[in-house]
Design a protein around this ligand. Structure first.
Ligand code: PEP
Length: 253
């Protein structure tokens, strides 16, 4: 899976030109089987969800929200529920992105609640975990990632199509990607935690994405790692040509 995270970027008027250029560059119109070989997803701002889903879901590209609230409805000013994103044709959502943990008070507990809400509604949760630079330098990476993952697993009996994205906070938007060895090590740790909780079969199929300054130049090496099943891409997903190159890198050779 190659998933783009547009964060707080782009307007509705940008969607048509972006997706036309992306579809052309990636060969979506020439190769109808493309989306059977690689899952392509864009997590877009709330105001773009309806139009993006209408334009892209029929073409096999998934549109995701960047956040949801865990309650179905109620007095939560400014929030959006999973039923609301589903109503406009959205089939997935990011949960617990580090920017939400850092700036908007997201905790392991709220991440777990949001994940269970998404799964209950058959919306695919992409749960983001990852350590800060201070935590890595302090030798805390494994402990932090284990805590974040287990907080979710404790509340989830059946992970269905849950995806986990390992995104070291120090690599997000910094141009400084984790080395492939650093990424693979944490991915293997996460896969082991999945196996402990849900068994070997689920551990084989549950996808673990890497995120953090992934780009067309480093994606091949990242995807070649045995426990890296795809990428969650911020900056490079805003450029149709760059993201198309990354999607192509994920195609079976
Ligand atoms: C992200 O926001 O999920 C991300 C990985 O950003 P970037 O690729 O820009 O580091």
């Amino acid at each position: 899976m190659l998933a783009g995270n547009w964060k707080m970027n782009k307007l509705n008027r940008d969607l048509g030109p972006f997706f036309d250029e992306f579809a052309q560059a990636v060969g979506l119109d020439r190769d109808e089987e493309l989306t059977e070989q690689v899952d392509i997803l864009f997590a877009v701002p709330t105001t773009l969800l309806a139009l993006a889903a209408r334009q892209m879901e029929p073409r096999g590209i998934r549109i995701a929200a960047q956040n949801i609230h865990w309650e179905a409805a109620g007095a939560y000013t400014g929030e959006v529920s999973v039923d609301m994103i589903k109503e406009v044709g959205v089939t997935a959502t990011l949960i617990g992105h580090s920017e939400r943990r850092q700036y908007f008070g997201e905790t392991d507990e709220t991440v777990a609640k949001k994940t269970t809400a998404a799964l209950a509604a058959d919306v695919m949760p992409i749960v983001c975990v990852g350590e800060t630079l201070a935590e890595r330098d302090g030798g805390q990476t494994a402990a932090v990632v284990t805590r974040q993952v287990q907080a979710v697993f404790a509340q989830v009996a059946d992970p269905k199509d849950m995806i986990i994205a390992y995104e070291p906070v120090w690599a997000i938007g910094t141009g400084r990607s984790a080395t492939t060895a650093q990424a693979q090590e944490v991915h293997a740790l996460i896969r082991g935690l999945v196996a402990d909780r849900y068994g070997a079969k689920t551990a084989e199929t549950l996808r673990i994405l890497y995120g953090g300054s992934a780009n067309p130049a480093n994606i091949d090496e990242l995807l070649a790692q045995p426990d890296i099943d795809g990428g969650l891409v911020g900056g490079a997903s805003l450029k149709p040509q760059d993201f198309a190159k990354m999607v192509k890198a994920a195609l079976p050779r």
